[in-house]
Design a protein around this ligand. Structure first.
Ligand code: NDP
Length: 296
């Protein structure tokens, strides 16, 4: 069997097109331009790349992008003051503080200082609680993008066995909540899980978010299962030339694609959907703030 490739790049483009159409409508009919503020502290190279591409795509869908680049030694007090200013700025509908923050800053404190209504990453404790109790919230972008691809591929997920590999607050746990919300039977596996291969083999849906390059081999996958690979890992690629690298996921793509029914590639799977969902969340936040009909 060769798996269907779930094209996250194309799907993300269609999500962005819908966002752009609604942004244009809101601008014309209501005179409001949705705005996303991204705060970057320090010079982490991967974070810089993410922030640049978030800013570019924000502008491409017609929203305002506000970037705040701060020195690595910015104090907690100064960062909190910026968050407060953005909370009170009516032109800003979404606020994202790029993680990870430098060690001297308390991420929980900073994230929980963001107005939950503007918390487009969905990491504020209020949004976590709302999601966990099935109420309207801001949903974390990576799990939301993964869920959208699963729904698009399967229609209903009801009754399916889903295994989420990883229990982080930003991916694994919210992913499990979303799958539960769609009536999957959910198992969350992590580094202490016993007989991991057997656990994964029972899954109709596998979501891998462990941060370990190509960790899941094809013989862990139930034939026909759907594999969502969240991992983004840079590894050496001597075959491309000396000093070259390439991106791989948390599953071994080639062997998994032979067994799975459907699989997301890396790059071009979950990654593009994450940014598209960030834009969709910003639009949603703008609509809620202004009493406008929310996008689907
Ligand atoms: P974390 O490091 O926060 O969490 C990793 C999780 O994997 C932990 O729960 C850990 O278990 C578990 N784990 C680690 N090793 C094993 C193992 N050998 N067997 C089973 N479980 C294991 O990572 P994140 O959740 O932040 O990210 C996961 C991956 O997703 C990374 O590759 C990251 O780059 C990628 N990512 C991609 C995004 C995208 O846009 N596509 C966005 C965010 C992340 P334990 O809790 O026991 O330590």
């Amino acid at each position: 069997m060769t798996a269907t490739i779930i094209d996250g790049k194309a799907f993300a483009a269609s999500v962005r097109d819908k966002v752009a159409a609604r942004v244009a409508e809101i601008k014309e009919q209501n005179g409001i331009t949705p705005g996303l503020a991204v705060v970057l502290v320090g010079e982490d190279p991967a974070s810089q790349v993410y922030v640049r591409s978030k800013g570019k795509m924000t502008v491409e869908v017609g929203m305002n992008s506000y970037e705040h680049k701060l020195d690595a030694d910015t104090s907690e007090e100064d960062l909190l003051a910026i968050v407060e200013k953005l909370n009170n700025d009516p032109a800003v509908h979404g606020i994202l503080v790029q993680l990870p923050l430098p060690d001297h800053l308390n991420s929980d404190l900073i994230i929980n200082a963001i107005d939950p209504a503007k918390d487009v990453d969905g990491f504020h404790i209020s949004n976590v609680g709302l999601l966990g109790t099935g109420q309207k919230s801001m949903v974390p972008c990576t799990p939301l993008g993964s869920l959208m691809m699963l729904r698009d591929h399967h229609g209903s997920l009801s009754g399916m066995n889903a295994v989420v590999l990883g229990r982080s607050n930003i991916v694994g746990k919210p992913m499990a909540q979303l799958l539960l919300g769609d009536s999957c039977t959910v198992t969350i596996a992590h580094s202490r899980t016993k007989d991991l291969a057997d656990v994964v083999r029972r899954a109709d849906i596998v979501v891998a978010a462990v941060g370990r390059p190509q960790m899941v081999p094809g013989d862990w996958i139930k034939p026909g299962a759907t594999v969502i690979d969240v991992g983004i890992n840079r590894i050496d690629a001597p075959e491309k030339g000396e000093g070259k690298t390439r991106l791989v996921g948390d599953v071994d793509y080639d062997s998994c694609a032979e067994v799975a029914g459907a699989i997301t590639p890396v790059p071009g799977g979950v990654g593009p959907m994450t940014i598209a969902c960030l834009l969709a969340n910003t639009l949603t936040a703008c609509c809620r703030a202004n009493g406008l009909e929310e996008p689907e």
